[in-house]
Design a protein around this ligand. Sequence first.
Ligand code: SF4
Length: 203
Amino acid sequence: RREARDITVGLFRDVGISMPEQRIDAFSWQLSGGLRQRAMIAMALSCKPRLLIADEPTTAIDVTTQAQVLALLRDLQARYGTAIIFITHDLGVIAQMASYVVVMYLGRVMEEGPVDDIFHAPKHPYTRALLRSIPSLYGETRVALPVISGALPHPFNRPPGCPFHPRCPDVMTKCAGAVPSLQPVGTSQLASCFLHHDVVDPA
Ligand code: SF4
């Protein structure tokens, strides 16, 4: 028990929790959002994972703490050699953290590729729409940001054909009739879209 406690204190120290000897006995509601995230990361690291799945680790924390958590994850990745699957809705976080991006919509992969290609040469209309909706310092002031029309369908009421077709600005007649398969587009990306190929998903 003593040894387990020492290991946990060491892990708390590794993830930047100050006064780990005291904090180890704290209840979760006694910790700030940032400390709770660090404690979660310490718990995950205790298993010495080769792959860490971080599901929205920066949700509901302020931007300063968010920057600290991201720096911590990058540092731990370098130190422990752990691969990280980072799940997030925040494109700014993706730009900072990811080397390879998979863009998903309604549980299906819409596009994937190296982060620079996804941000600078997006191939799928959904990826393009997401990138258009990022506020820019250089954008016109007092102009509403472009949004994706419509709403996300309920998972039990999925549209037929391409799942994005009811909201797609480039929709074609065939898009409602068949599901596009994920296929290579260019040298480094893959996309599920009839704009780039006619391959239908057999599933
Ligand atoms: S397959 Fe059609 S509806 Fe789907 S993303 Fe491509 S153009 Fe839009």
